[in-house]
Design a protein around this ligand. Structure first.
Ligand code: VAH
Length: 320
């Protein structure tokens, strides 16, 4: 029987991942946890929720022992934009928190650990188009530094300490449930909300900024497919490239204008422009497709149709 702990459950991905996992494994077998207390309602409505500070090892051990946890998915992270404002906080949460997860997993013989990485592991010297699985990793953000260090640490625990750790390099993730918290790719979510509410958006990166992106249903599919993959068949472990689509901001705006012709966009690039420019435009995810059957479903037009439908319904109900 799986007893899964999701750390960082109140975040953009974690909040939807908990719901998806509970549908598969049963509500009581998926323990949601986060530092935040404002999201308890949703997360504790149909399953266990624990307030958990990932940087506190004793807290983590107490939750693991209380529920007899045998699998951990760590979604807790300080993302790229906030990480540049608070770099040592990002190191503390992303690295000291990860060390706690890996050490407790080793000590308690946790059967399976999933730790996401990101395209932020790449840097300006990395080939920009169809970025290979094995390539130069010289990120220029603290978030990216923690992702590279995290990948290396996770692979060490696999190879030297016999812990089952797996991970995937998320592109920008777009969703309509929980707003993202402090990433450079947040513009790709904000634009839909502003298009619905105000028919206009001022974007903080330039119109030709092109990044790898993924719609949340595909993100959840990739995460759960890798979580359920036969570890013995994986040749890579904590650093799978996964892709779905790549588009520029102007292409994103054009996809919205097909449904909201009066939508207008202007551009005021800020410090996040440099971050975005250090990342690839597209990734080669052939190894994820080969080793665990990765296959995305959503393209830009399908995502825009669904985003505008769901965000539009929220607006009509006065929820945004
Ligand atoms: C960020 N959304 O923007 C995150 C992501 C691809 C980057 O990891 O920081």
């Amino acid at each position: 029987m799986e007893k899964i702990l999701v750390i960082g459950s109140a975040g953009q991905i974690g909040s939807e991942l908990v719901v998806s996992l509970r549908k598969i494994y049963g509500n009581e077998n998926v323990v949601a946890s986060d530092l935040r207390t404002d999201e308890i309602g949703k997360l504790s409505a149909n399953g266990p929720y624990e307030i958990l500070d990932i940087t506190n090892r004793a807290d983590l051990e107490q939750v693991v022992d209380k529920y007899g946890i045998n699998a951990i998915i760590n979604m807790a992270a300080i993302l790229s934009a906030v990480g540049e404002k608070f770099p040592m906080k990002a190191w503390d949460v992303n690295m000291n928190g990860l060390i706690n997860v890996l050490e407790v997993s080793r000590d308690r013989k946790i059967e399976r650990v999933l730790v996401p990485s990101s395209i932020a592991a790449f840097g300006p010297e990395t080939p920009k188009d169809n970025t290979p699985q094995e390539t130069i990793l010289r990120p220029t953000t603290m978030y990216g530094v923690t992702k590279v260090a995290g990948e290396l640490l996770c692979n060490y625990f696999v190879e030297k300490l016999d812990v089952d750790v797996r991970g995937l390099r998320y592109p920008g993730i777009i969703s309509n449930e929980t707003l993202p918290g402090g990433g450079t790719t947040d513009y790709a979510v904000e634009i839909y909300y502003e298009a619905i509410k105000n028919k206009k958006y001022t974007c903080f990166v330039s119109s030709d900024t092109r990044l790898p992106m993924m719609y949340m249903p595909d993100c959840l599919k990739a995460t759960i497919d890798l979580f359920q993959a036969d570890f013995g068949k994986l040749k890579h472990h904590s650093d799978f490239n996964v892709g779905a689509m790549s588009f520029s901001v102007e292409e994103l705006a054009a996809s919205i204008k097909k449904y909201i012709p009066e939508f207008e966009i202007d551009y005021k690039p800020d410090y996040r422009q440099m971050i975005a420019e250090s990342w690839p435009r597209s990734v080669d995810d052939s190894l994820a497709r080969k080793e665990w059957g990765w296959e995305p479903e959503f393209d830009l037009d399908a995502m825009t149709r669904d985003m505008l439908k769901v965000v539009g319904e929220k607006h009509e109900k006065g929820l945004i």
